[in-house]
Design a protein around this ligand. Structure first.
Ligand SMILES: [Zn+2]
Ligand SMILES: [Zn+2]
Length: 380
């Protein structure tokens, strides 16, 4: 029998942006939200903590709604269905079975879009003019319950631990989109598991298909936090060599542990040119640093929603058809394919766990580089 849904819930709410050291999130009791048409009510089990939450707390991303409950890497159990939600295919996946109470689903950063603008109609819903973002435009997962549209939540791989799944829902998905825009995954990249034996363990596996005739391609990853630690595992599984760049040794050692062939600081010389690079750290000068170590024809993808300015670029550093591009949000396809690959690799999340009421502390640890892997709130 379904659990009774209480009238009120605990939530960590942001009334106004402030430095995270001042603990701007307040523990409040608020009414449990009611699922509207096409929405599901989720009992939150875990919610990942992301650098974007930090930008919302500290005001680098201006408030879209006040007060707001942040948190956009939500693992929740369907507690109730709003009108019509039982007719909707979750994750926008044609033919997927509709949700029922008790299902475990994930909610990512992209809460929903208008589905009608020129971007949505051309498969670029991540660029939607009227997108709503979880924990910024609508209340998110730093709470015991939340609501989300049934068509924009995703069934999680069977048997995946709640805390391990949470970081996949932003760090994993955004990392995956970065991999798509650098050609590591997506059209033409192939699925290594399709023909050969399954990989043995994350970070140790060669691609299971026939060994490539050419040398592995080199991917540099700048900023070795949650997204980097997850997409490194996918890139290595796809047969790429990963070079990890981080400013402190804890994060460089994590890169090596996950299978990076080299780890260093931005000022160090890796002794090679990268085929492509992904910059997760919100420091514009790293885009230039990546360009200076990039082979001709390579792509530097900037994975942050916020960055300090990019310094001027000498023309020879970008000549040779080098590309610098940002990565904005994600599509439902990115989410579905990341969750598929994460189960196949399988991707291992290194999680630092906090209770809901210590969300401020988790975000301060993230800001001060004290999180190794991914910070996650255990909620229910
Ligand atoms: Zn749109
Ligand atoms: Zn995020």
């Amino acid at each position: 029998m379904a659990e009774e849904i209480p009238e009120t819930m605990r939530a960590m709410q942001l009334a106004a942006p402030a430095p995270v050291a001042e603990a701007p999130l307040r523990l409040v009791d608020v009414p449990v939200p009611k699922p509207g048409s096409g929405e599901v009510l989720l009992k939150v089990r875990a919610c990942g903590v992301c650098r974007t939450d930090l930008h919302i707390l500290e005001g680098e991303l201006p408030p879209h709604r006040s007060p707001v409950v942040p948190g956009h890497q939500i693992v929740g159990e369907v507690a109730a269905l709003g009108p019509g939600a039982g007719l909707v295919a979750p994750g926008g996946e044609a033919g997927a079975a509709p949700l029922a109470t008790g299902d475990i689903v994930g909610v990512p950063w992209l809460h929903h879009t208008d589905e009608t603008c020129r971007f949505c109609r051309s498969g670029r819903e991540n660029l939607c003019e009227h997108a709503a973002f979880t924990g910024w435009d609508v209340d998110g997962g730093f709470a015991e319950y939340t609501v989300a549209p049934a068509g924009w939540v995703y069934r999680l791989p069977a048997g995946m631990d709640d805390l391990a799944a949470a970081p996949l829902l932003c760090a994993g998905i955004i990392g995956y989109r970065c991999l798509r825009l650098t050609g590591v995954v997506g059209d033409g990249a192939g699925l290594p598991s399709a023909a050969g034996p399954a990989p043995t363990a994350a970070g140790e596996s060669a691609p299971a298909a026939a060994p490539p005739a050419t040398a592995p391609k080199r991917l540099a990853i700048y900023g070795f936090g949650s997204a980097a630690s997850l997409c490194t595992q996918v890139a290595i599984w796809r047969g790429w060599e990963v070079y990890g760049i981080a400013r402190d040794e804890e994060h460089r050692s994590l890169a090596r542990e996950l299978g990076a062939v080299w780890a260093g600081e931005a000022a160090d010389d890796p002794g090679v040119l990268y085929d492509d690079a992904i910059v997760f750290a919100p420091a514009g000068e790293l885009a230039v640093d990546a360009l200076r170590h990039l082979d001709k024809g390579g792509i530097v993808a900037l994975g942050g929603i916020y960055s300090s300015p990019i310094p001027s670029i000498e023309y020879p550093w970008i000549y040779g058809e080098r590309v610098v591009r940002s990565v904005a949000n994600s599509t439902r396809q990115d989410a579905r394919e990341l969750l598929r690959d994460a189960a196949l690799v399988p991707v291992v999340s290194r999680v630092q766990e906090y209770p809901l009421e210590l969300a401020n502390e988790a975000l301060l640890d993230l800001k001060e580089d004290r999180v190794r892997g991914s910070a996650v709130l255990r909620v229910g």
